[in-house]
Design a protein around this ligand. Structure first.
Ligand code: HMG
Length: 397
């Protein structure tokens, strides 16, 4: 039985910052951000969007009634959770009107969370072939104003329906994974922003890829020639290239280098204008490749490298399924990206510093400018009030 990605949805908030303008404001040469880091735009979440709403909006766009009947497991990968106890998956389960006979929970391991969810989903489908699993990767990446990580922030979510006999990508069985206890990036529970040892995190990412790739080759006897493309977790679009290049130079023929570098470029397209969305970043890169590389063909093998600081890395693969293209939402995603509004650096700084009450007071948020179907309407008694405009369903009000 094949198990893999049957549907893939994406959502990012309607606001962005132009990286050239951010560079000028920070007295940095714009090319450092656009070429050195490889980012053009950075998605910005208004207060009306959080990890829950971003994920729910990503899923809303892909689920039909048949999916809703079959989804009996919702796994939410995030490191931007809104509650230390209750899982973000339960809010999304409610907002999407999923069946009550279901499991729903949240997973945390930095940017690796959604990949952990996928691996669990594979096991669930193997035991329950009629089921479908909704895996969500949703985050708001925050390092803080005027920090070296600032240029690698972003916001967005990817929603994946994992099923038997999938329409888009069937995962292969073998996978290679690595864990090591390192402090390259972390966010203590009292901090809104992440702490990072930037250079060390880059080195570790590269090392984890090299180790996982070596293990994968030993397990499978496959080589670079067997891959049409390799997608990476992309904290910024230069990062995957730094890991791929040494392997390509050492092991790749001229044809491998040309093909994999060209496809790498395509696979960075959406990430370049969204920024780091942590758990969803690898899958946003996969989406860029699938939706923007017109030469991809059924039966081709795609490699996927997932990295979550702290750290866990995993290299796994999938085979493109016949007719996969007709199951993508290219126009919808292009519209989502092109209809966003730019904010000035001053506006970004003001939005970035807005916070929700932490003393139980009631607040109503103005969503006039937020086009999202699902949004955070406010807070009361320490509870977030969510609204789905389509069903006019509101949680807890
Ligand atoms: P930095 O110190 O601001 O930048 O940190 P830099 O000095 O290293 O420069 C960056 C690049 O720009 C360099 O190129 C420069 O040469 C180039 P490289 O040597 O790397 O190829 N450059 C220029 N290029 C063209 N024209 C110019 C110019 N000037 C300089 N004029 C850093 C950059 C990414 C470290 C920082 O932004 C940071 O700490 N970001 C956050 C951490 C991060 O993204 N780490 C990545 C690996 S860890 C990971 O992926 C996990 C993560 O997603 C979290 C999770 O798992 O949850 C982060």
């Amino acid at each position: 039985m094949k198990i893999g990605i049957d549907k893939i949805g994406f959502y990012t908030p309607h606001l962005y910052v132009d990286m050239k303008k951010l560079a000028v404001a920070r007295e940095i040469e714009p090319e450092k951000f656009t070429i050195g880091i490889g980012q053009e735009k950075m998605a910005l979440a208004p207060l009306t969007q959080d990890a829950v709403t971003l994920a729910a909006n990503a899923a809303l766009n892909i689920l039909d009634e048949k999916d809703k009947e079959k989804i009996d497991l919702v796994i939410f990968g995030t490191e931007s959770g809104i509650d230390h106890s209750k899982a973000a998956a339960i809010y999304v389960h409610h907002l999407l009107g999923l069946r009550s006979e279901a499991r729903a929970f949240e997973i945390k391991q930095a940017c690796y969370g959604a990949t952990a969810g996928i691996q669990m989903a594979k096991g669930h489908i193997a035991l329950n072939p009629e089921s479908k699993v909704l895996v969500l990767g949703s985050d708001i990446s925050r390092y803080g104003l005027n920090t070296s990580g600032e240029a690698t922030q972003g916001a967005g979510a990817v929603a994946l329906v994992i099923s038997a006999e999938p329409s888009i990508l069937a995962f292969e069985e073998q996978s290679a994974y690595v864990t090591a206890d390192i402090m390259d990036f972390w966010r203590p529970i009292y901090s809104e922003a992440a702490f990072v040892d930037g250079k060390f995190s880059n080195e570790q990412y590269i090392q984890f890829f090299a180790t996982a790739w070596a293990q994968y080759k030993a397990k499978t006897n496959l080589a670079l020639k067997d891959f049409e493309a390799i997608c990476f977790h992309l904290p910024y679009t230069k990062m995957g290239l730094k890991a791929l290049k040494p392997v390509l130079l050492e092991e790749g023929s001229a044809a491998d280098q040309e093909r994999l570098l060209a496809n790498y470029q395509v696979s960075t397209g959406y990430n370049r204008v969204v920024g780091n969305i942590y758990t969803g970043s690898l899958y946003l890169s996969l989406l860029s490749l699938l939706e923007q590389q017109e030469d991809l063909a059924d039966g081709e093998r795609i490699g996927l490298f997932s990295y979550g600081s702290g750290a866990v890395g995993e290299f796994f693969t999938g085979i493109l399924q016949p007719g996969f293209r007709s199951h993508l939402n290219v126009v919808q995603h292009m519209d989502l990206l092109s209809s966003r509004a730019e904010v000035s650096v001053a506006e970004y700084e003001a939005i970035f510093q807005q916070t929700l009450p932490i003393d139980g007071t009631t607040v109503e948020l103005d969503n006039t400018n937020d086009p999202a179907e699902i949004y955070l309407a406010g807070m009361t008694n320490n509870m977030r009030q969510y609204i789905n405009k389509q069903t006019e369903d509101s949680i807890y009000s």
